[in-house]
Ligand binder design. Structure first.
Ligand SMILES: Cc1cc2nc3c(=O)[nH]c(=O)nc-3n(C[C@H](O)[C@H](O)[C@H](O)COP(=O)(O)OP(=O)(O)OC[C@H]3O[C@@H](n4cnc5c(N)ncnc54)[C@H](O)[C@@H]3O)c2cc1C
Length: 813
């Protein structure tokens, strides 16, 4: 073992496509002192048996980015590292059975174009010219992706490995990691060949990631599905057609039926994502194996019968072919189906790049993202969709299994903006859940917390099917309009369980915070919004800060931001300061609207004359609580923060007091409408590391006079050079649909920006877009167009102020 490396900068555990790509990208970034450990031969996990499809399609901007990058990388990789590579760029045809599906495609075409890709919509007639053997009578159209194709996953892995090795990185095959320990600020990874001391560790162990995670005290949120594809023998018609035209058929995805069908030599590869799917290694009688290298599950064709018959009806030639082989392999799933790429929550210098469901088409981009996390502590693109910190630790085994199965069975489903997926619900309930349910609440889960989305009135359609539409005016619309009207004219109450909150204490706490945020720390008794930038001046997060005492602060942030923000704060925390996570101890109600004061006056022992952006302790129904005078809805209002046990009492008292004042409960849909009217940004939509604070229009939250704060140097340089794009509010011509995330903004035939929020403003009666536009066009009155599902609608740039109550007179009332 004389040659065995005993030290390295980074050790990667797992040699599938993703681990190999991570190693390649680290080496490419100049970090060649890295070692990859593989317990068996490279590709022994999920990689060896993957079908190797390489789509760029995604309805998520960041996932599309990652897949686009992969496809680009793979095109040149074989030549770059001098390794043979079977990569067929065949293009793909993705079929639409419904108008809604075609809309999804049109949206993706818009996003693809913005990423420099020429995706296209095909009419049913056009489809036949691309794919002659297809039954099209029941189709509404298709999406054509010229970049789609298939790659040999083993060759891809070997090519990445060869590239990495040639840059000096090391790969130890047949060398399992068997444990890790922390020693003197280093990690020590043990293997049968010896120990490796390193600075960073990466868990890239694929479906074994949960086992590896345990060494770090981490319960990786994942489960494993069985996934099959079938290979069919040569079909003479396909052979003669292919030979005649000189290429393969494009990859076919019948997403509404839920399978792909790919030409394989002169036959087919059929791969369904079946509804009646099967999880593995989740019950006691089916334990997780010590080693499953290069193994498969037994064929299980029964559950695929419907899909085989459907594919045969779609491409009747398939009926002629003999089934030659079935591959049934393990494929890991997180509860939302996206992989884990980024910092391992709560563990220093450890990262994850695992639980990939589409790890072949994502490996290239994932390697880039992982390498950036390790070498720079930040990524070029905002990658929240894949950040391990989006799970916060409450997700138990049963939740992971139920969600994984739901995602698998709906792998190709459309994600409609008002639809809430039904599996594994009711995991985290507000102390007044029963009360909101009795009032007709229809719920959605936020970091597992059930929050009312809207309150159904008698007779409103509350079916799941009713939410499967892109239309603005779905079954919720009338009720939401009434909720907004109540907030505007009387008062509304929103139960908001799951706010993340941290108490920061210790000598110098406020001073420390001042160095972390761009603006001022509020004085004792007051509160304010605080923005955290990274060293490049990009928006990391936003928190409400309440100064409870000189050096005691409450930092309140989004439910989903809990692990992310805690990690950010802890990473920079200085000795002597203490941060405690009190998220689980408190409940929050938003009471807002012109009658809010009168309602509170009836129940609260408090000084309700205190101005906007102050807090006070108060007593309601005999229970202590905190009143914070803020309103994300943009009306006179208070947040009531109370201990869980006291919350039902407080709720009942406030509801009773609201009786004569028109008090109505409202939900998250109404809140979204109210906040876009105020131009209030949403985290990881409008506020992300894709934008700097200056681009985000947040200069009023920057205190340039402070000697230093994180990101200041970069922001100063940006200000001097001039910002390239700027936040703007648009009012968009009223069509039937609100613009989804990343709808593009056009001006004189060019894309000049993108929307990060789009919703109907019920108080102003207009379709509102918040987004980023080329700086020279961020001028009130500029006429632009917004592309919504392929249609360009007229829009106008508004003044840089809220559309509703620009002077904040109502909030200050
Ligand atoms: C039937 C089927 C078809 C598929 N088709 C596609 C497709 O067409 N396109 C696509 O993008 N994806 C596809 N996938 C998914 C794809 O296979 C995976 O997402 C991908 O292979 C994951 O790669 P990985 O590197 O993350 O994990 P893996 O390939 O599983 O690699 C993890 C590696 O870690 C090693 N390891 C584990 N523990 C240790 C340890 N303690 N020490 C050292 N090494 C360890 C394992 O031996 C393994 O080699 C398919 C999956 C299946 C089952």
């Amino acid at each position: 073992m004389a040659d065995f490396p005993t030290t390295a900068r980074v050790v990667i555990i797992g040699g599938g496509a993703v681990g190999a790509s991570a190693l390649y990208h680290l080496a490419k970034a100049g970090w060649s002192d890295c070692v990859l450990l593989e317990k068996n031969e490279l590709t022994a996990g999920s990689t060896w048996h993957a079908a190797g499809n390489v789509p760029t399609f995604s309805s998520s901007w960041s996932i599309m980015n990652m897949q686009r990058y992969s496809a680009q990388l793979y095109r040149g990789l074989g030549a770059e590292v001098d390794y043979p590579m079977n990569y067929h760029v065949t293009g793909s045809v993705r079929l639409a059975h419904t108008a809604e599906r075609l809309q999804e495609f049109k949206r993706v075409v818009g996003m693809g174009r913005y990423q420099g890709m020429d995706l296209d919509i095909l009419s049913p007639e056009d489809i036949r010219t691309r794919y002659p053997f297809l039954e099209t009578h029941d189709l509404t159209g298709a999406l054509y992706d010229p970049y789609d194709g298939d790659i040999d996953p083993a060759q891809l892995t070997q090519a990445l490995a060869k590239g990495a090795r040639s840059m000096g990185a090391r790969i130890e095959r047949f060398c399992p990691a068997t444990g890790v320990r922390r020693e003197g600020g280093d990690w020590v990874v043990s293997t049968p060949k010896g120990e490796i001391r390193c600075e960073f560790v990466v868990n890239a162990a694929g479906y074994y990631a949960r086992e590896v995670g345990k060494w770090f005290g981490r319960d990786v949120p994942m489960m494993v599905m069985s996934h099959q594809y079938m290979l069919f023998d040569t079909i003479p018609e396909i052979e003669s057609w292919s030979k005649e035209v000189g290429h393969k058929l494009p990859l076919l995805r019948d997403v509404d039926s839920s399978y792909y069908l790919r030409q394989e030599k002169y036959g087919f590869n059929l791969g369904p994502y079946e509804r009646n799917c099967k999880a593995h290694w989740v019950t006691k009688d089916d334990p997780f194996p010590e080693d499953f290298s290069f193994q498969l599950f037994p064929d299980d064709l029964e559950r695929l019968e419907w899909y085989i018959a459907d594919a045969m009806a779609r491409v009747p030639l398939l009926e002629k072919a003999a089934l030659t082989k079935v591959i049934n392999g393990p494929i890991p799933y997180t509860p939302d189906g996206n992989p884990l790429i980024g910092p391992m929550p709560g563990v220093p210098n450890a990262f994850e790049a695992c639980v990939f469901t589409f790890g072949i088409c994502q490996a290239g981009g994932a390697g880039k993202v992982l390498a950036e996390w390790v070498t720079e502590g930040a990524t070029e693109w905002d990658m929240w969709s894949c950040d391990p910190r989006r799970f916060t630790g409450w997700e138990d085994r049963d939740y992971c299994v139920q969600k994984g199965m739901e995602v698998y069975g709906h792998e190709y489903a459309i994600h409609f903006p008002h639809h809430a997926w039904p599996a594994a619900r009711d995991r985290r309930l507000s102390p007044v859940h029963a009360q909101t349910m009795a009032l007709g609440a229809q719920y959605g889960a936020y970091n597992g917390w059930e929050r009312a989305l809207w309150y159904a009135r008698p007779g409103d359609d509350i079916s799941e099917a009713g939410t499967q539409t892109w239309r603005r005016e779905g079954p919720w619309f009338g009720a939401v309009a009434e909720e907004c009207a109540a907030v505007r004219d009387a008062a509304g109450i929103l139960d908001l369980p799951g706010f993340s909150r941290f108490r920061l204490t210790g000598p110098g706490a406020a001073e420390w915070l001042a160095r972390q945020i761009s603006g001022k720390v509020p004085s004792v008794g007051r509160l304010g919004l605080a923005y955290f930038a990274d060293d490049k001046g990009r928006i990391v997060t936003e928190m409400s800060v309440a100064r409870l005492a000189e050096d005691e602060l409450w930092l309140i942030t989004a439910a989903t931001a809990q692990a992310h923000d805690r990690e950010w704060l802890e990473r920079h925390l200085e000795p002597g300061l203490r941060l405690t996570d009190e998220s689980a101890d408190w409940a929050t109600q938003i009471l807002t609207g012109p009658n809010a004061r009168a309602i509170l006056a009836g129940v609260a022992e408090a000084d309700l004359s205190r101005p906007w952006l102050t807090w006070q302790t108060a007593v309601i129904a005999g229970a202590d609580c905190l009143l914070m005078r803020v309103s994300f809805a943009g009306e006179l209002g208070w947040e009531i923060h109370s201990r869980n046990a006291d919350t039902p009492r407080i709720w009942e008292a406030v509801m009773a007091a609201g009786q004569g004042h028109g008090l109505k409960p409202f939900g998250m849909f109404a809140l979204n409408s109210l906040r876009v009217e105020k131009g209030y940004r949403a985290w990881k939509g409008d506020l992300s590391t894709d934008y700097t604070l200056l681009q985000g229009g947040l200069e009023r939250f920057i205190d340039w006079s402070k000697p230093a704060f994180r990101g200041k140097t970069a922001l100063e340089a940006e200000k001097q050079a001039g910002v390239s794009k700027r936040f703007a509010t648009l009012v968009i011509e009223t069509g039937d649909f609100d613009p989804p995330y990343m709808s593009t903004i056009w001006h004189e035939g060019q894309v000049v920006g993108e929307l990060t929020s789009g919703y109907w403003g019920h108080r102003v009666g207009a379709c509102i877009g918040l987004g980023m536009i080329r700086a020279d066009l961020a001028v009130p009155g500029t006429e632009v167009e917004v592309e919504i599902f392929g249609e360009k609608l007229k829009a106008r740039v508004q003044k840089d102020e809220p559309l509703w109550d620009p002077a904040n007179a109502r909030i200050r009332a």
